[in-house]
Structures are given as structure tokens and as C-alpha cells.
Design a protein around this ligand. Structure first.
Ligand code: SAM
Length: 457
């Protein structure tokens, strides 16, 4: 029988059997992997081929012919268009099972580790309203009207008006609504990410989930807003929990919601958040865990793995605003946190002071350089913790850690692929995996975090 090669535009019917890491369905057709955007395991779907790659093809669902038993009605009206929640139409229990399985699969396939069996996963409760930060973008919608919202999936240059979003608290949609209305008639234009013209770039909202305090940050190109006082007054009247309204200027071409703080239009420039028994004072630029309540659970598991007796020397690599360092410091002899971003280091030092923690130092350095110096000096630690960005650890950092040979390493990860890769390297360097727990920080998205304990053998 002659096989017809799959080409963009072709339609076919497939059975979706699995989910890929990004939350796309996976089907197979004549030995070829077919990624199905919008497909869930158990679906029989009519699909259209969108792109052909060397080893797989990419497709989108045209029609679900037989729905998966895991399908549920999505809650949000923007589901499908929005780049945010890919899995909102999948029962939560199945989302959890999928995420735990992703971690296990990566350990075996990428890391070459022995099958760890079923990996426990800490669910997020409640599964909505968990985000403490949102970055909305100013732009124009499909009809070229001014819009303030999020990007459609895969289209960073377009924006759709966000009418609802269940991931942050309800007050965020109110703040966005008032802002959209105010600036629609203001004469200020949205920034165009391809032409690099216009003024209004982002509206960043943050809340202390445990304190209720809200920080509003308007990010623009260079310039100021003449009538900012009127906008601030409208916001405060509608949302009294707002404690700071800041103005940030991003004069670069980079499509990011950060820049230089220009003015504080209202309040003290910060908001506060409590994580476990620690208080943090955070400004517009301070990094903080996006789901603080779930981070508490993740860190509690890390503390269990650490099993500290009060005398240990602990190294916390990629320490951010210092949450893990400070939690460990209360139960250890001394902690050294290492972080690249100066503002985060300042926030960590300030938090140590505010929480009366004196046995914790924070060093602003690139982990790779810091570890090189530590290895050369023959430094000794009883426990090393590492919580790197998605790219995982630089191979040199792994090498230096193995050289320093702390008896235990705790690895906190937001990317199962790089976690598995690095655990494989640690295993080759004389460490064994003693425990691993997946944590669902972001329900309805395909993201999954994990915390692993390694013991030197
Ligand atoms: C996942 S966050 C860790 C957050 C931290 N554990 C906390 O709870 O606040 C990763 C951190 O690594 C920092 N980072 C990224 N590259 C780095 C590098 N090369 N050296 C040191 N820190 C780095 C980032 O600025 C970020 O704060």
C-alpha cells in the first residue's frame, strides 16, 4: 500500500493517545508522531496538518468526533484563544496524573534513571485564583481597536481584550477594566512590538495572597502620563486593597514587562506578602513565587527532605528573594544564598532583617563563577539546595557541586526535562535519588514543578 506523506493542509482522523510536555495531544499516524493542538488522550478527532518537521508533524483539531472521558467544559470564555490555560478542559485529577507521569517519564527517558514508580504530586487547592501576578499587554484587537489583555496562543504581537481570567483574584479583571476604559480615550497609543512605536506597554498586577495588598505597575515607553492622578483615583475607589501604583519605563525593544522604575504615583512603592512564617516586602521589580501558597507546600517538602538538626552549613543556589534560604536558616547552623539579580539579593537581605534571621548571608554572583571559587577553596557544606531557572544547571555547576561533595543535594525544578538531565549527571557523579515529589503550582497549564532529594553514595 502506498503511504501518502502528510502535508500542511491535509485532514485526517486520529486517536489521541497521550499528552506531550507542552500540553499538546499526541497521536500516531503510519509510524509518525502527530502533535494535536487541542487534543486530549482518549479523543478521536478530525485534525488538520499545520506544519511538517523532520521527525513529527503538528496539527490542530477541526472537530472532536468522540470526546475523551477526561473532557470537562472549560470555565473561561477565552479558552482556546488564550495562550494561558491549555488544560482547562481536562478533569483536574487527570491533569495531576499527567503531570506526575511527565516527571517520571523524563527521569527514565532523559535522565536514564531507574523507574522511580508512581511519583506523588501535591495538588493545588483551590485550582483557580492561585496566581499572585499577572502581566497584561496593551495592544490592538482583531478589529484594530485599543485592547488590554493577553496574547492569543502563539501570537505575541496580538492582544485580545481580557474580560475574565480565573487564575488571579477577581479584582485583577476590575483593575484591568478600569485601566482599559481610562486609556482608551486618553490619546496614548499602545506600543507596537514589531514597529516599535506607541507608548502604553504593560499593566502588571501583583497581590500578597496572605495580606490582600495589591501593587499596580504601569509599564510604558519613555514619557509620562499627564492625567495619572485621575486614573489612580479611579483605581483606588474601585479597589481599596491597592497600596502602591508605580510607573516603569521600558525604553528597550524587548517585549518584556520590566524596565526602570520612573515614579511612584501612589503609596510606598511596595506591598507585603507572608510565606509560611516569613514576611516579605516586595517592590515592582522583586522576584517572588507566583503561587505563594503552593510554594509554601513545595518548600515544606524541601524542608522535610532537608531533615535539619540545627547545626548544618547550607548552600542555596539561585536563591531569588531568599524564601528557601530563610526557611532553612531557622532550622540550620548557617545558610549562604547565591543569586544573580541584585534587587532579589537586596530583597532577601531585607527579608532576613525584617524576620530577625541572622545566620543567613546572600551573595550576588553568577552561580557558575561562585561555584568555581568555592571548589577551588575546598568549601564544605552539609546540604546544597538548587532552584535554577527552566534551563537547569550549567554543566560546570554540576561538576563543581560534585567536587564539593555535600552529603545531600535538594533540587527544586520548574522543568522536568532539565531536572532529569541534571539528575542523570549527579547519578553519574556518585549521587542516588532518594525521593522526588511533583508539585502542581499552575493548574490548567502544562507546567509542573518537582523537588528531589539526592544522597551521596
Ligand atoms: C526559580 S528562581 C528561584 C527562586 C528562589 N528559590 C525563591 O524562592 O525566591 C531562579 C532564580 O535564579 C536566578 N538566576 C538565574 N540565572 C542565574 C545565575 N546564572 N546565577 C545565579 N542566579 C541566577 C534568577 O534571577 C532567579 O531568581
Amino acid at each position: 500500500m502506498n503511504m501518502v506523506p502528510l502535508q500542511p493542509g491535509m485532514e485526517l482522523t486520529v486517536e489521541v493517545s497521550d499528552l506531550a510536555f507542552q500540553g499538546r495531544g499526541v497521536a500516531h499516524h503510519e509510524g509518525l508522531v502527530v502533535f494535536v493542538d487541542g487534543g486530549l488522550p482518549g479523543d478521536t478527532a478530525r485534525i488538520e496538518i499545520i506544519r511538517k518537521r523532520r521527525r513529527h508533524v503538528e496539527s490542530r483539531v477541526l472537530k472532536i468526533l468522540q470526546p475523551s472521558p477526561y473532557r470537562i467544559p472549560p470555565r473561561c470564555r477565552h479558552f482556546g484563544l488564550c495562550g494561558g490555560c491549555r488544560l482547562q478542559d481536562m478533569a483536574y485529577e487527570q491533569q495531576l496524573a499527567f503531570k506526575a507521569e511527565q516527571v517520571r517519564n523524563h527521569l527514565i527517558r532523559v535522565g536514564g534513571l531507574a523507574d522511580p514508580g508512581e511519583i506523588p504530586i501535591i495538588p493545588c487547592e483551590p485550582t483557580f485564583g492561585y496566581r499572585n501576578k499577572m502581566e497584561f499587554t496593551f495592544g490592538t484587537d482583531f478589529d484594530r481597536n485599543p485592547a488590554l489583555g493577553l496574547h492569543p496562543r502563539g501570537k505575541y504581537w496580538e492582544v485580545f481584550d481580557l474580560e475574565e481570567c480565573f487564575l488571579p483574584p477577581e479584582s485583577f479583571a476590575r483593575i484591568a477594566g478600569i485601566t482599559r476604559e481610562f486609556f482608551a480615550d486618553s490619546g496614548y497609543e499602545s506600543y507596537h512590538p514589531r514597529q516599535h512605536t506607541g507608548f502604553l506597554r504593560n499593566l502588571v498586577l501583583r497581590i500578597g495572597q496572605n495580606t490582600g495588598q495589591i501593587l499596580v505597575n504601569l509599564v510604558t515607553a519613555e514619557g509620562t502620563v499627564q492625567s495619572a492622578g485621575e486614573w489612580v483615583a479611579r483605581l483606588r475607589e474601585a479597589v481599596p486593597e491597592i497600596v502602591t501604583v508605580a510607573h516603569t519605563i521600558n525604553a528597550t525593544r524587548a517585549n518584556i514587562a520590566v524596565g526602570d522604575l520612573a515614579e511612584i504615583w501612589y503609596g510606598g512603592g511596595t506591598f507585603t506578602e507572608r510565606l509560611a512564617d516569613l514576611m516579605f516586602t516586595l517592590g515592582p521589580r522583586s522576584f517572588f513565587q507566583t503561587n505563594a501558597r503552593q510554594a509554601e507546600k513545595l518548600f515544606a517538602r524541601a524542608l522535610e527532605y532537608a531533615a535539619l538538626n540545627g547545626s548544618e552549613r547550607v548552600l542555596d543556589l539561585y536563591s531569588g528573594a531568599g524564601a528557601i534560604s530563610l526557611l532553612m536558616a531557622r532550622r540550620a547552623g548557617a545558610v549562604t544564598g547565591v543569586e544573580l539579580v541584585a534587587e532579589a539579593v537586596e530583597a532577601a537581605i531585607e527579608a532576613a532583617g525584617a524576620n530577625g534571621i541572622g545566620n543567613c548571608e546572600f551573595i550576588c554572583d553568577d552561580t557558575k563563577d561562585f561555584m568555581k571559587k568555592q571548589a577551588a577553596a575546598g568549601a564544605r557544606y552539609d546540604l546544597a539546595i538548587t532552584d535554577p531557572p527552566r534551563a537547569g544547571l550549567h554543566p560546570k555547576v554540576v561538576d563543581h557541586l560534585i567536587e564539593l561533595a555535600p552529603p545531600r543535594i535538594i533540587y527544586v525544578s520548574c522543568n522536568p526535562a532539565t531536572l532529569a538531565r541534571d539528575l542523570g549527571l549527579f547519578q553519574a557523579g556518585g549521587y542516588a535519588l532518594q525521593g522526588i515529589t511533583a508539585v502542581d503550582m499552575f493548574p490548567h497549564t502544562a507546567h509542573v514543578e518537582a523537588v528531589a532529594l539526592l544522597q551521596r553514595v
